[in-house]
Design a protein. Structure first.
Ligand code: FPP
Length: 237
């Protein structure tokens, strides 16, 4: 099936998110070091952006590195940093991203100066693009995001806040709440991913490991999303 045809048959999410889990297990299955799983997982991302865009979905978010992932062995973290550096460069250089808005969500202050600077440069360079929106969550923690938003509000002199105040101060303020969150590898949890924004998101936990996630899996995910009855706390007449 052509991806562009999906919208004629299925209801589409406006904002889809991927918690890309299972790289380590994929590597183990293939008797490879964990780093190879991450490389394979990173290589999958550009294909996912392309497919999601072809389907006609406007926003995609990737949970690539959480605030807790620094606790992994140094060698693994160093390998991930190399992949982030490569990804940031590709966003900058590749023509296919030239009409996309790219945002890095998370506390970037912990990254090396070159990654940090390039990330800020790309966000600035792409801020007026509207064709497709990619969020890469790096050193991201959902609770940390809420805390930084509240601290910003306190610093601005607020003594009481509204939900709207918090929403517009989160890292995600430039995109709508997620409609659909897909976590690969069969783990059934969100692990501090967008706790504020995900209250009405549909959740989906396919067993496939991230490096194996294919076009077929994406179509299956959309089919699943389309079958869900979203009521947002109301009842159906
Ligand atoms: C989860 O699999 C994956 C991660 C914590 C890191 C994901 C990051 C990348 C694929 C790097 C590329 C990202 C960009 C933005 C280029 P896991 O290691 O927890 O797998 P396991 O649960 O099977 O051990």
């Amino acid at each position: 099936m052509e991806l562009a045809e999906l919208k004629t048959q299925y209801k589409l999410p406006n904002h889809i998110c991927f918690i890309i889990d299972g790289n380590g297990r994929w590597a183990k299955q293939h008797h490879l070091p964990r780093s190879q799983g991450h490389i394979k997982g990173a290589n999958k991302l550009s294909k996912i952006y392309k497919m999601v865009r072809e389907i006609g979905i406007k926003y995609v978010s990737i949970y690539a590195f959480s605030t807790d992932n620094w606790n992994r062995p140094k060698e693994e973290v160093d390998g991930l940093m190399k992949l982030f550096k490569r990804a940031v460069k590709e966003f900058y250089d590749k023509k296919k991203y030239s009409d996309c808005r790219i945002e890095f969500l998370g506390d970037l202050s912990k990254f090396d100066a070159d990654i940090k600077q390039s990330a800020f440069d790309i966000m600035e360079k792409t801020k007026d693009n509207t064709a497709f929106h990619i969020n890469l969550c790096l050193n991201y923690g959902g609770r940390e995001d809420i805390v930084q938003a509240v601290n910003k509000l306190i610093a601005s002199g607020k003594t009481q806040v509204t939900m709207e105040d918090i929403s517009v101060n989160l890292y995600t303020h430039n995109c709508p709440d997620p409609d659909f969150i897909v976590r690969t590898s069969g783990e059934h949890r969100l692990s501090n991913f967008m706790p504020w924004q995900s209250t009405y998101a549909e959740l989906y936990f396919p067993k496939v490991l991230w490096p194996d996630f294919s076009k077929k899996d994406l179509i299956e995910a959309i089919r699943e999303y389309s079958s869900r009855d979203r009521r947002f706390g109301a009842i159906k007449e």
